[in-house]
Write a protein that binds this ligand. Structure first.
Ligand code: GLN
Ligand code: ZN
Length: 777
């Protein structure tokens, strides 16, 4: 008997983003369904055979998806809302993509950031609501269920893919999203209705799927219930027991490997170990301490899947150190009761480090992407089965890399540590309370009531993207690129003056991305060429890799600000990304607490804020688009996170005089549960997304008696639609019913980078007119 290895899921997009390009060609009508399905099949085949060749015994199938695995599950159980016009039978591609992206043929709205949950497809039949998958930057489509919902098995995808792999000689372990998590992720429009109440109706379909898999020859099936990493009620735990009792009964032929990830089981551990399943997966990266408890609490026959390799990050593991922990477990439990695995699906990591030819070799040896993580598992299994000596060279290389990383001067900058140690509480406080600052700012800025502004970026046109690409490839010179960007900036500034905006922006034409742009100028960040990770559907992001102590060698935005301000007498906002957002949209160090890394970034941003002020900026905006999405999965951990997140923002923002106005921006609208933290950030002005909620979400601010100024977005930039003046005056009136007039700003709900100029111009002209009318009324 030997220790085997499993992966819980592998990236779907392809090493060269083949799936993305196939999807987009299909959506654009350039290729047909066969071409798309061929690419998908080819990717699956390569993924299976590659994992099998690397020594994975439990190769997953049905982890592939054309768009999203939660959507696949909804389709599998026939949960297709009436709006999509489905009349039973197999769900065709048109219906599937309508659920994913809204109306056919309509281009997906682009997100404003990797974690932005803005659903594509603005008009026509809307897409299902898209939201973040637990605490990742992956977005799933929330199933929409209604009271009395009927379920029926309407897809043979799990069985088809199992057979497809079997035909290639790979015996897979199919993956299903578990019924309880599926229902917990679902949304409903019916008030007071809980989708979990549909469990009894749903279970028979799962029973059918499991029997189908058994008939096709599957022995193990992986069933994912990551809801076990959340706070659950006693009722929910009881429902899990009921569900797995029923499923074991319905399909006695298959052995279930129950997984949860993104954290420990915590309070749910006793429930999990006692479910009538044959295997249980533990996320030992996020919850290393749960191993002992699980060993002690579980019956001897339960197979434990030990998630020891980090599926959420890019660091190479220290294999000898892991073996020190694993060897006693194997000795105690028996090799046939232990499976080695990544902590979660590898969906959240880039695919292959071998594609990175430009990475600094020193940094590169510290990294492992999906393929390298599987290789590491193979080394671990070999060492456990054949002794450490049988893989001595691989173990030594791993230990060597770990030692090098622990001591590298590239990572450890004593000056950063000293500076951090010298941070005093007054550095996180503005000099005076808001009321006093407001007066100082009023005197300095002299703005009209309901001042108008935008969130920062203007359209990233084809020309802008082409110029950037040409510059990156060395096809155009520094000077040519710079001249081009200056011209774009000058045009944007002149246009803003003409339409009568009160507070201007330079337009962010020089920025590739709101995090990458800063990461590239800060010490401590590295970037990949092919390190793509799926964000949703065909959209992928390449998160920066935060590998070392962060500092700011030189000013990052000051020259652009100076240039832009030199073109106008109106105030030009300095435009920065905040420390929490930079942190949350990067791969972060695993050798330093997140909060320490965040404070380091905060100090670097603070330097920039202070320099902008010294250069003359009267208004500086520090975007924290990703503050909310960093919230931990369990409520009990929220306060600690919010404390250091807010403190980091304040550290970045508080180095300026009272008369300098600090803005922040957040791309979402759910503030109810974090309003105290928003208040504690102590920004002078916050702009938020509200356009789609008819200003109702302002109630959170009203209830909190939020003292400072707010720019509730008066129109949705995620759609090309140009809002009429009246629409925005109505929204402004609704806002004024809730807040004092002098608290309000007028702005769109996010940056305009994904829009085109004609609609942007028309919308802003209307917005300025709406503000004028509102002032007069
Ligand atoms: N200043 C950024 C922009 O306008 C903010 C983007 C965001 O919040 N996602 O593009
Ligand atoms: Zn935004």
């Amino acid at each position: 008997m030997t220790v085997t290895i499993a992966t819980l899921g592998f990236p779907r997009i392809g090493p060269k983003r083949e799936l993305k390009f196939a999807l987009e060609a299909y959506w654009a009508g350039k290729t047909d369904a066969d071409a798309l399905l061929d690419t998908a099949r080819d990717l699956r085949a390569k993924t299976w055979t590659r994992q099998a060749a690397l020594g994975v015994a439990h190769v997953p199938s049905n982890d592939f998806s054309l768009y999203d695995h939660v959507l696949d599950t909804a389709v599998m159980v026939g949960a297709i809302p009436a709006a999509y016009g489905w009349s039973g039978g197999t769900v065709d591609l048109a219906t599937y993509f309508a659920m994913a992206r809204g109306d056919q043929g309509r281009p997906a709205a682009e997100a404003c950031g990797p974690g932005c949950g803005h659903a594509p497809g603005a008009d026509g039949v809307p897409a299902l609501e898209m939201t973040k998958w637990f605490d990742t930057n992956y977005h799933y489509l929330a199933p929409e269920l209604s009271p009395g919902q009927a379920f029926a098995l309407t897809s043979s995808k799990p069985v088809d893919e199992f057979l497809e792999a079997k035909a290639l000689g790979v015996h897979t372990r199919p993956v299903l999203l578990g019924p309880v998590t599926f229902l917990k992720l679902a949304k409903t429009k019916a008030e007071g209705f809980s989708p979990l109440s549909l469990l009894s109706a749903l279970l028979p379909v799962y029973g059918q799927v499991l029997r189908g898999l058994a008939a096709a020859g599957a022995d193990w099936v992986q069933i994912d219930e990551p809801c076990l990493a959340l706070d659950l009620t006693d009722f929910e735990r009881a429902e899990l027991r009921r569900a797995y009792g029923a499923l074991t009964h319905a399909a006695p032929g298959v052995r279930l490997m129950l997984t949860s990830y993104f954290g420990g089981y915590g309070e749910n551990l006793a429930t999990a170990v006692n479910l009538p399943v044959e295997g249980l997966h533990l996320d030992l990266v996020r919850a290393p301490d749960e191993l002992e408890a699980a060993l002690a609490a579980s019956r001897e026959s339960l197979v434990l899947s030990l998630g020891v390799i980090d599926g959420r990050n890019v660091w190479r593991a220290d294999l000898p150190a892991l073996l020190d922990r694993l060897e006693p477990v194997v000795a105690r439990r028996g090799s046939d009761r232990v499976v080695l695995a990544p902590s979660c699906s590898l969906l959240h990591t880039p695919i292959d480090l071998d594609l990175e030819t430009a990475l600094d070799p020193e940094i590169r040896q510290w990294l492992a992407f999906a393929v390298q993580k599987v290789e590491a598992l193979a080394v671990l299994a070999q060492a456990l089965n054949g002794g450490r000596a049988s893989v001595a060279a691989a173990l030594e290389a791993s230990a060597q890399a770990a030692r090098a990383r622990a001591t590298s001067p590239r990572i450890h900058d004593p000056k950063v540590a000293e500076r951090l140690a010298a941070v005093t509480p007054d550095m996180t406080r503005r000099r005076s309370p808001y009321d006093q600052r407001r007066e100082a700012q009023r005197a300095r800025l002299n703005l009209p009531p309901l001042p108008t502004t935008t969130i920062g970026s203007f359209p990233q046109t084809t020309e802008v993207r082409q110029a950037r690409a040409a510059f990156a490839k060395g096809q155009i010179s520094d000077a040519t690129y710079e001249a081009f960007l200056r011209q774009e900036t000058a045009r944007a500034v002149a246009w803003q003056e003409t339409v009568g905006l009160d507070v201007l922006v330079h337009g962010e034409f020089e920025r590739n991305d709101m995090v990458q742009y800063f990461g590239e100028q800060l010490a401590g960040f590295a970037f990949t060429q092919s390190g793509w990770v799926q964000s949703y559907g065909s959209r992928c992001v390449r998160p920066p890799i935060l590998f070392g102590d962060v500092s700011r060698p030189a000013p990052m935005t000051v020259d652009w600000w100076r240039y832009a301000q030199g073109l106008t007498r109106r105030p030009m906002k300095g435009m920065l990304t905040g420390p929490v957002t930079i942190l949350n949209w990067s791969f972060v160090r695993d050798d330093l607490p997140r909060e320490t890394a965040c404070r380091q970034i905060a100090l670097a941003i603070r330097d920039e804020v202070v320099d902008l002020e010294a250069t003359g900026a009267a208004i500086i905006q520090i975007d924290e688009a990703a503050l909310r999405e960093g919230l931990p999965l369990r409520r009990g951990d929220w306060d600690a996170y919010l404390d250091w997140a807010v403190e980091s923002f304040r550290l970045a923002a508080s180095g300026v005089a009272d008369a300098t106005q600090i803005h922040t921006h957040m791309c979402y609208s759910e503030f109810n549960d974090i309003i105290a933290a928003i208040g504690a950030m102590d920004a002078d002005v916050i702009s938020i997304e509200t356009a789609r909620s008819k200003m109702e979400l302002l109630d959170a601010f009203v209830g909190y008696a939020y003292p400072a100024q707010i720019g509730p977005g008066v129109y949705d930039i995620h759609s090309p639609r140009v809002p009429a003046v009246e629409e925005m005056t109505t929204l402004l009136a609704a806002a004024r019913q809730r807040l004092a007039g002098e608290q309000l700003w007028v702005n769109p709900d996010c940056g305009l980078k994904t829009r085109k100029w004609p609609e942007t111009q028309a919308a802003i002209v209307n917005m300025v007119e709406a503000a004028r009318r509102a002032r007069a009324s």
